[in-house]
Design a binder for this molecule. Structure first.
Ligand SMILES: [Zn+2]
Length: 170
């Protein structure tokens, strides 16, 4: 790498440390010619994944957004969430093979994953929704239900109103 001051091509690494929770390496470099110092970051290259939404538009995939929806569904249980994060990483690898994934596919895969991971009835309740919704509407509905405290509907065998969901989607 050329020195930013003099353009000399030889530099020495004077310090190297992990940063960003171990996902990047920060290096201090010293130009052998003019002695100027600068910093470089080395980061794993991850392919950009795009999400195709129900209306046909695409946006960059946002893991934290997805995780927020999952946390709403599962509650803040650190052990469970750690396992789920791991599984989400595996799903991301599958999605990334094509570069674009539909929001519906994400919803389906996540619901499948949650079914295997967490057997609480509430999760089964969620599965009703992905038939109709993109992931955002699905998350919005979910948080609304949590707020209303109507999640136990599945225990009583009551089906959630699908009409209201369809109205929302329109
Ligand atoms: Zn230099």
């Amino acid at each position: 790498m050329k020195c930013p001051s003099c353009g000399h091509e030889q530099s020495k690494v004077t310090d190297s440390r992990l940063t960003d929770s171990g996902t990047a390496v920060r290096r201090r470099r010293l130009c052998e010619e003019c002695q100027s110092r600068w910093t470089t970051f080395e980061r794993m290259q991850t392919a950009t994944l795009y999400v195709q939404k129900k209306d046909g538009t695409t946006e960059p995939y946002d893991r934290e957004k997805l995780m927020r929806g999952i946390i709403i569904a599962c509650g803040k249980r650190p052990d469970l969430l750690q396992r789920i994060r791991h599984q989400v990483s595996e799903l991301e690898e599958v999605w990334a093979t094509t570069g674009t994934v539909t929001s519906r596919q994400i919803g389906e895969d996540v619901v499948e994953m949650l079914r295997d991971t967490d057997d609480i009835g509430f999760i089964r309740f969620i599965s009703v929704y992905y038939e109709y919704q993109d992931i955002e509407t699905f998350q919005r509905e979910l948080s609304r239900l949590v707020e209303k405290g109507s999640a136990p509907a599945v225990a009583t065998g009551k089906k959630p109103s699908q009409q209201s969901l369809l109205d929302d989607a329109a």
